[in-house]
Design a protein. Structure first.
Length: 440
């Protein structure tokens, strides 16, 4: 018996919680008026007044309870066929709405909010009260245990990280007296990668004497890659003597190692498109820098380089600049493309200060590649210092540089604007660096 009353109390608590039910066409005065008519009919003995008051009260109570329970059994799910795209590619957004209860819904309004830079085929998005978003609206009816599915085709001509959701629901009773609204925190994230472009080969010379790839020639050898023994020479160190081979051959023999180089590349993106911050920014040039960096990273990873990406812009939803250390793992390309998709095209830090700080944290022998739309005297001085210190580096500029880079510094000049409104671009392949092939 106690368990029965306990269940009753739990049911009452569950179904009497505060749920916003709004009047649509009437107000609470109708309830008090119907009650007054019912009481008046009882007092004066008029059956018509009693029937009228009781009918209005019954309709209000039934409508309120119906509306109160209308959205309790409604489930909404959003699903993307592909959550990562390139510009102009398409994906399918599937919206599933199911009524889990036996209570039918005479009408249901569904509003899906999504980023305003997304294009929706077959629908006409309406303005949304949420900043930077539009909405897709749908009005339907659901029988008991009914499920409906809707499919929309999404695409975007721009790079970025786009939000889909939340979802707003509104339902009511059969008479339209009340309505209940609810917002569901259902969100999806659609990543659009940078524009796929073709860039000339970026071939910085690896100079670290120990690493992962074999070189045909090198001044130093990798002590972790022994390939055999040879006769001793006067210039050889005594630490290289192979004593077992010496005892076996009865003459001095030394260990021989394979020359190798460390294939590490750090790509630095400069998102400063104007000389002074208060002059604004050039969106196309910033997007061109990001697209060029994505192409360089893709090609370098295909050539078995360990690639890292750094930028003086912050990631969407974060206040930190982009820092992704060098790696050649199978998931590095995806991590780089996702980071570049989330990168805001605005410079949050001065590039020279950011570059000077990050260089000190790079591994020894890591090749430095700077992709910049502007070449300031301060940046030229910093790169010249690193070049004199023996740091392997290459400079990539968008358009002819304003300042003359230091002599001997590898320079690659790309067109000033690589990204416009078409999805794919090809750069002149005759632009090249001094010959220095990437080891296989």
């Amino acid at each position: 018996m106690c368990r029965f009353w306990h269940r009753i109390v739990l049911w009452l608590r569950q179904h009497t919680r505060a749920v916003p039910v709004e009047w649509r066409f009437f107000s609470s005065l109708w309830t008090w008026g119907a009650a007054l008519v019912l009481v008046l009919g009882v007092l004066i003995g008029q059956p018509a007044l009693r029937v009228l008051g009781a009918s209005i009260l019954a309709a209000i109570i039934v409508s309120w309870v119906w509306t109160r329970m209308s959205l309790d059994g409604v489930e909404v799910t959003l699903q993307l066929a592909a959550s990562r795209l390139f510009p102009e590619e398409q994906t399918q957004l599937t919206v599933s709405v199911v009524n889990r209860r036996w209570l039918p819904l005479p009408w249901l309004e569904l509003v899906i909010h999504l980023a305003d830079r997304l294009q929706v085929a077959g629908a006409d998005p309406a303005p949304s009260e949420r900043y930077g978003m539009v909405s897709i609206q749908l009005t339907t009816a659901l029988r008991w245990r009914e499920r409906i599915r809707l499919t929309y085709t999404l695409s975007s001509p721009e790079r970025g990280a786009f939000a889909i959701g939340p979802v707003d629901l509104r339902a009511g009773d059969l008479f339209g007296f009340f309505s209940r609204a609810e917002s569901r925190p259902i969100t999806l994230r659609l990543l659009v990668y940078p524009h796929p472009i073709t860039v000339p080969a970026l071939v910085p010379p690896p100079q670290t004497p120990s690493g992962e790839a074999r070189l045909p020639r090198a001044l130093l050898a990798d002590p972790f890659r022994p390939i055999g023994v040879r006769d001793y020479r006067p210039e050889d160190s005594l630490r290289l003597i192979h004593w077992k081979a010496t005892a076996r051959t009865q003459r001095l023999m030394v260990k021989q190692f394979e020359p190798a180089a460390s294939l590490q590349l750090a790509l630095f993106l400069n998102l400063e498109t104007t000389e002074r911050p208060w002059e604004g920014f050039d969106l196309e040039r910033a997007e061109s820098v990001i697209a060029a960096a994505a192409a360089f990273a893709r090609d370098a990873l295909a050539a078995r380089w360990a690639v890292g990406v750094y930028a003086n812009g912050v990631l969407a939803g974060s206040d930190q600049p982009l820092r992704l250390g060098p790696s050649s793992g199978p998931s590095q390309l995806r991590a780089i493309m996702e980071a570049l998709a989330k990168l805001t095209p605005l410079a949050a830090l001065r590039f020279t200060r950011f570059l000077a700080h990050e260089i000190s944290c790079l591994p020894s022998g890591c090749t430095l590649a700077v992709v910049t739309p502007l070449l300031s005297p301060t940046l030229v001085q910093l790169l010249a210092q690193q070049h004199l210190l023996g740091r392997p580096l290459v400079l990539v500029t968008l358009g002819q540089p304003e300042c003359i880079p230091p002599a001997g510094l590898p320079l690659l000049v790309l067109p000033a604007r690589l990204v416009h409104h078409t999805p794919r671009y090809s750069l002149p392949l005759d632009a090249h660096l001094p010959p220095s092939p990437i080891p296989p």
